[in-house]
Design a protein around this ligand. Structure first.
Ligand code: XUL
Ligand code: CO
Length: 446
């Protein structure tokens, strides 16, 4: 096996080279059936449309623990005796994986990449050391950073929130990590920076001044924006909505809530939304709905690609395999002209029972194929099917005359009343949902 794919001292996925594209005739589990990076779909290649990223935390920092038991996996990069030894092994394993899989991007939290420390200086030194190693590996492999973020939810100090904590000392401590993670993101050429407000919410309103906490969050994000811009971050800041879990209620509930928050705090020029499928479904919406709300506001920035489990009301972070969902998502993405500089980050984990290192490849191959096929079908629906025309014609009565005047603000409520009085009862028009559903399946299956 050539060592083109690893630059450390050992190979973590021996026996595996670059995952090839073999097409739908292949039964090779370790080959792509639909994702053909260089294939052109419209103006761009699949790789340019999809901008896949692997997340560091689920694939390299998570041994599969759940509330009922410890991790089940003993990955070779977890073997070194010290935390720094494990971090150094992990960065080698991760970059070998990214290269063999053929993804252009990755994402991390500060303390996925480097060991955490209570001492601020030690934490900062750890992160700087690991950022230097990651930078070397980025240069050696060509893999780039889609986004960085700070983990402001795992450490017990954040149990009452980070920027929304009722104790200012904790808010200030959160700034240590956000400042360092922004610096790391800039150093690594990250194209976006994410805020997921894990514990920004409440467990009980009895002890919570929600108005004050939300004002603090607005203040904190403004400071982060200003600091990021001052050190040369010219990418997009992203907020990732989620309604609950770990908190009973989280402030970044869903797309609509975050759009309102960003506008209220004057942050909508610098921030967009990172929509995660399983978060959208937890908030009682579909993935497609939250994508569309963000996109309609001009604020759909990036996607955390995963799926939930219809039986469970929690965040199962499964790999996306449902083609119906990926087609629907890619319709929103294509209609807005793409995600760039955002991408599709697999915020997804293999199941606790999936214990072979190879399972990481199988899971990502499935997710990439599902989105590649979603892209092809969505593109065909938009460019070759009657769907867009049907949808436009549903609104044709607003294209001219009194309907146009209404849209352009040239008529009054009294004008509408007079028109209706003259026209009589409106003719019934079918919504024809079924014909759209049939068209969707027709294009999926052909
Ligand atoms: C948690 C989640 C996070 C964010 C980054 O549900 O999605 O991993 O994506 O903090
Ligand atoms: Co996420």
């Amino acid at each position: 096996m050539s060592n083109d794919f690893f630059i450390g001292t050992r190979e973590y996925f021996p026996g595996l080279g670059r995952i090839p594209f073999e097409g739908i005739g292949s039964d090779n589990p370790l080959a792509f059936k639909h994702y053909d990076a260089g294939k052109r779909i419209g103006e761009k290649t699949m790789a340019e449309h999809l901008r896949f990223a692997v997340c560091y935390w689920h694939s390299f920092c998570n041994a599969g623990h759940d509330p009922f038991g410890p991790g089940t996996r003993a990955y070779p990069w977890d073997a070194p005796a010290t935390a720094m030894g494990r971090a150094e092994a992990r960065v080698d394993a991760a970059f070998e994986f990214f290269s063999k899989l053929g993804v252009p991007y990755y994402c991390f939290h500060d303390i996925d990449l480097a060991p955490d420390a209570s001492d601020v200086g030690e934490y900062e030194r750890n992160l700087r050391h690991m950022v230097a190693l990651a930078k070397e590996r980025q240069q050696a492999t060509g893999v780039k950073l889609l986004w960085g973020t700070a983990n402001l939810f795992s450490h017990p100090r954040y149990m009452n929130g980070a920027s929304t904590n009722p104790d200012f000392a904790v808010v200030a401590r959160a700034a240590v990590q956000v400042k360092a993670a922004l610096e790391a993101t800039v150093e690594l050429g990250g194209e976006n920076y994410v805020f997921w407000g894990g514990r920004e919410g409440y467990a009980s309103l009895h002890n919570t001044d929600m108005k004050r906490e939300l004002a603090h969050m607005g203040r904190f994000l403004t400071m982060a924006r200003d600091y990021g811009r001052s050190i040369g971050f010219d990418g997009v800041f992203l907020i990732e909505p989620k309604p609950m879990e770990p908190m009973k209620h989280q402030y970044d509930f869903d797309s609509a809530t975050v759009v309102g928050f960003l506008r209220e705090h004057g942050l909508d020029q610098d921030f967009k939304l990172n929509i995660e499928a399983n978060h959208a479904t937890l908030s009682g919406h579909t993935f497609e709905h939250d994508l569309q709300v963000a996109s309609d506001a001009g604020l759909l920035g990036s996607i955390d690609a995963n799926r939930g489990n219809p039986q469970n009301g929690w965040d199962t972070d499964q790999f996306p395999v449902d083609l119906y969902d990926t087609v629907a998502a890619m319709l929103v993405v294509l209609r807005q002209g793409g995600l760039q500089p955002g991408g599709l980050n697999f915020d997804a984990k293999v199941r606790r029972e999936s214990t072979d290192p190879q399972d990481l490849f199988l899971a990502h191959i499935g997710g990439m194929d599902a989105f590649a096929r979603g892209l092809e079908v969505a593109h065909a629906l938009l460019t070759a099917s009657p769907m867009e025309g049907w949808r436009q014609r549903r609104y044709a009565s607003f294209d001219q005359g009194a309907g146009r005047d209404f849209e352009d603000g040239r008529s009054t409520l009294a004008d509408l009343r007079d028109l209706a009085a003259q026209a009589g009862e409106p003719k019934q028009r079918s919504g024809r949902q079924e014909v759209y559903e049939n068209l969707f399946n027709q294009y999926l299956l052909r």
